[in-house]
Design a protein around this ligand. Structure first.
Ligand code: SAM
Length: 325
């Protein structure tokens, strides 16, 4: 079709979803954060189109300015404001004017129910993830929930490059998105409506991590990985069911080391030898019997030592940031 761009369908889908809640759209299968003194309006909850959470208090310590890309109805912008509580501290943007209007109205409603919150805490902007209206190196923490999976490869690369550009060195990019257990058949990947519904744009986790590293992020932590949807073989005319999982991850803007990125997936090493400690000579000091979280690269290197006094565990996909690499 001449001039057809799947992003037009995406914008139509979310213009409708701004006005009328779409229960089947992207809804998270995990409970929404309940935070003391935070009352999230019901209409915001009904328009929660994320697939996990991007709100982690430990990312928000000493944060001056956060960016939220694809604000939707504003729930996570409100949750970010809960931690930052300053005028303009959360820059939140969306490409769909109807969604911005909904977010604005619901943030006003939230202000009437939450004495600590003022709508001016969120700087709502119309903008495109592919060309962020934000100064370079001006953001400490950027977040997006269930938007980047919709983008085709070239657009994903551009969106990731934009997030990288606006982050301060050492800044964090927190994300949640679906991933697919195997590559998406092109018949489904090319279906603009399924893409918009966060069902057929998903890459495999490996492909997604590669795209994040290609944008320049040197460290990635996978915090959660859980079942999200099944594209069942009957409805989607597949040879086998295709499981989608929702991941939560954080990518850190630090240089990619010469020997490759540090990707933490919840692997640990436990030294069980005769000494008090084992030092691998590469910055990893293991106290006897104490698990040390390590990135996959380090876990692989330690495995290759072939020592029977090192117990190296499999990925849990729930890394909580306790390691070194
Ligand atoms: C799946 S929804 C997620 C909304 C929100 N993050 C949440 O968790 O509820 C995707 C959001 O991205 C917005 N969007 C779509 N294309 C965009 C683009 N190119 N740039 C910025 N926002 C976009 C949509 O309008 C919608 O609000």
């Amino acid at each position: 079709m001449d001039g057809f761009d799947y992003r037009d369908v995406v914008e139509d889908v979310y213009a409708t979803a701004a006005q009328t809640p779409q229960p089947s759209l992207c809804c998270t299968t995990t409970p929404i954060w309940q935070l003391p003194g935070l009352d999230v309006p019901q209409a915001m909850l009904e328009r929660n189109y994320g697939c996990g959470t991007t709100i982690h208090p430990r990312d928000l310590v000493n944060v001056e300015r956060a960016l939220y890309v694809g604000v939707g109805a504003g729930m996570e912008a409100l949750q970010l404001s809960y931690f930052l509580r300053r005028k303009g501290a959360v820059v939140a943007l969306d490409k769909v004017p109807a969604m911005l209007e909904t977010a604005r109205g619901l943030l006003d409603l939230a202000a009437s129910r939450n004495p600590w919150f003022e709508p001016s805490f969120v700087d709502l902007r119309e903008g495109d993830a592919l060309s962020l209206p934000v100064q370079s190196e001006s953001i400490d923490v950027a977040a997006q929930n269930c938007l980047f999976n919709i983008f085709k490869r070239e657009h994903l690369a551009r969106a990731l490059a934009e997030v990288y550009r606006v982050l301060e060195p050492g800044g964090r990019f927190v994300l949640s998105d679906p991933v697919a257990e195997r590559p998406m058949p092109s018949r489904l990947a090319d279906d603009a409506r399924l893409r918009a519904e966060c069902l057929s744009g998903a890459l495999t986790l490996e492909e997604y991590l590669e795209a994040i590293v290609a944008a320049g992020f040197g460290t990635i932590e996978v915090r959660a990985r859980r079942p999200y949807r099944v594209l069942d073989k009957k409805r989607y005319r597949l040879d086998e069911n295709l499981l989608l999982e929702s991941i939560e991850a954080v990518a850190i803007k630090d240089p990619v080391p010469d020997d490759g990125p540090c990707i933490f997936t919840g692997r640990s090493v436990i030294y069980v030898g005769e000494d008090d400690q084992f030092d691998d000579g590469k910055g990893h000091l293991m106290s006897r019997d104490m698990p040390l979280g390590v990135c996959d690269k380090t876990a692989g290197a330690l495995e290759r030592l072939g020592r029977d006094d090192l117990v190296i565990t499999a990925s849990t996909w729930h890394y909580a940031g306790d390691g070194c690499c």
